[in-house]
Write a protein that binds this ligand. Structure first.
Ligand code: MSP
Length: 514
């Protein structure tokens, strides 16, 4: 029976164009969605844009245009990049859409009528950049830290969500569900933060200060706090209250990076709990890309444009690099030298070369027709053993959203297959008339190995998988589930005629220098 699988990315602010950080979480989610579809799961992959709030209002003001126009002009940049990156999302939310706004208002009405939202006067320090009140505890040497931007004193009447009511429940929930927040270091951070009393969450902004938001259904003088609005996308888009919602909720994964763990682990979970809804199965927060140890920022001028990278190196190399190098539990330095190293060694030398020389040899020695297998030799058995182990490890890692580790296991098979070619030296066998059956056998096993590899790399490198199946003249391979098993099925029959070989990843030099 097929399973139902629901995965989300953060919805990105439209205050600026997408960069490699946004692209990375989206690629990780895409790989997972493709993997689940390949296994036959009924999959729903949601991504989109967070269009309300101060950041967006300010970005529009800077450009001297209305916020809606600003959003309408920014959204295509994200959509075009996802197309270029072969992102296979099933829906794309923009929080200015009525289908989302209606549900935000519905959830607010529900919580308000339950008494989970109340109004109170509040005086305090307010950071315009962080869009929140901050406390004097966050001061160092009498000053608020620079990342909070301008901090002003403000007195306001606002609506608050009784988040504090859920603190004891939340601690207990995290303790009882070890894999709910992953990785473990992030889970511990959340538990640490919950040692202090949880304050109620201010969920409104007076229209006089911020007009760009969803009006509160019970007080038209206020708009909804952008985080309350944004988080609801995870239930509004599958159609909160509908049959479809009942089918897909709870989500299997909310994929995010560590910067937005608090809103997800604390605000969102308590909002859901107050609404009487089940928790998402896992909140998975990966690390950041750093640039010479600093976080990417416009002022540092280290923003990597994914579109340029794709144009220079191809979409699958970018997807491969993101999956292979970005880490779950810690940060990773991004460098184009590292990118080129990975490209040339993993993709050009190891993988591309294996496929290219294997197909070329079948053409050279057997007219492009897959020969029959003869008696097995030790190296054949070892190749198959590694393939079986690879498939088992691959599924285990993919299910845990560890695409880097899944790729590592695939590359163990790639290396073994390259060694298999070198050990058996088909070019020598071809010269020895006594070795004809052995040559058949080696070429047969190489064919099956390429077919297995094509299905295994498909979620990470869909375009490459299609190229390989095209060169093998066997597009049907991609449908193969390749389940973990003691013996892998041979996917291409003897007598099958292959297509023509063409290099998959021609070696790259740094195009900026050339
Ligand atoms: N709009 C909120 C999210 C609301 S979700 C209900 C937001 N948007 S954002 O545009 O700032 O995107 C933050 C996310 O972008 C991170 O959590 C991560 O997924 C991705 N990244 C942004 N910079 C990144 C890096 N330097 N490295 C890796 N991913 C990063 O927060």
């Amino acid at each position: 029976m097929s399973k139902v699988f629901y995965i989300t990315t953060p919805i990105y602010y439209v205050n600026d164009r997408p960069h490699i950080g946004h692209a990375s979480t989206t690629v990780w989610a895409d790989v997972q969605a493709r993997y689940r579809r390949q296994r036959g799961d009924k999959t729903f992959f949601l991504t989109g844009l967070d269009e309300h709030g101060t950041k967006v209002q300010q970005a529009a003001q800077k450009r001297g245009i209305p916020p809606q126009q600003h959003c309408d002009e920014m959204a295509p940049h994200f959509q075009a990049l996802w197309k270029k990156l072969n992102i296979s999302h099933d829906d794309f939310v923009r929080t200015t859409e009525p289908r989302h706004k209606n549900i935000v208002q519905e959830t607010l009405t529900q919580l308000h009528s339950k008494g989970a939202i109340y109004k109170k006067k509040y005086k305090g320090w307010y950071s315009r950049t962080a869009e929140q009140f901050v406390t004097e505890k966050e001061m160092v040497d009498g000053k608020f830290s620079a990342h909070l931007g301008e901090v002003i004193e403000l007195e306001e009447e606002n609506y608050f969500f009784r988040m504090s009511d859920h603190q004891a429940w939340l601690i207990d929930y995290i303790q009882k569900h070890e894999d709910w927040i992953r990785p473990a270091n992030r889970r511990n951070e959340v538990l640490g933060a919950l040692q202090k009393p949880l304050e109620d969450l201010c969920i409104s902004r007076p229209k006089a200060r911020l007009s760009w938001g969803i009006p509160l259904p019970f007080d038209s003088e206020y708009v909804t706090y952008v985080w309350f609005d944004a988080l609801v996308n995870y239930i509004s888009i599958p159609g909160y209250g509908s049959e479809r919602f009942a089918e897909f909720w709870p989500a299997d994964y909310h994929l995010i990076a560590k910067d937005i763990l608090t809103p997800h682990a604390i605000y969102w979970s308590t909002m859901l709990h107050a609404l009487g809804l089940p928790m998402p199965k896992c909140i998975l927060a990966h690390g950041w890309w750093l640039f010479n140890q600093a976080k990417m920022s416009k002022t540092l001028g280290n923003v990597v444009n994914p579109s340029d990278l794709i144009e220079r190196h191809g979409v699958d190399a970018v997807r491969y690099f993101i999956c292979r190098e970005l880490l779950l539990a810690s940060d990773t330095d991004f460098s184009e030298e590292r990118f080129l190293q990975r490209f040339n060694s993993d993709l050009a030398n190891d993988f591309g070369n294996l496929v290219n020389r294997s197909i070329s040899m079948i053409h050279r020695y057997r007219g492009g027709v897959v020969p029959a297998m003869g008696l097995p030799a030790a190296s054949d058995e070892d190749l198959k053993k590694i393939a079986v182990a690879t498939v088992a490890a691959y599924h285990k890692e993919m299910e845990a959203v560890s695409c880097g580790a899944a790729l590592e296991s695939i590359w163990r098979l790639v290396s073994r297959a390259n060694r298999y070619v070198d050990e058996n030296a088909p070019w020598k066998l071809a010269k020895d008339p006594q070795a004809s059956e052995r040559l058949d056998t080696v070429l047969y096993h190489l064919t099956q190995t390429m077919a297995w590899l094509a299905t295994l790399v498909a979620p990470v490198m869909p375009e490459t998988a299609t190229k390989i199946t095209g060169q093998l003249n066997a597009p049907f391979i991609i449908e193969s589930k390749l389940e973990p098993a003691a013996t892998l099925p041979d996917l291409i029959p003897t007598g099958h005629t292959l297509g023509q070989p063409a290099p998959l990843f021609p070696r790259q030099t740094d195009s900026k220098q050339s």
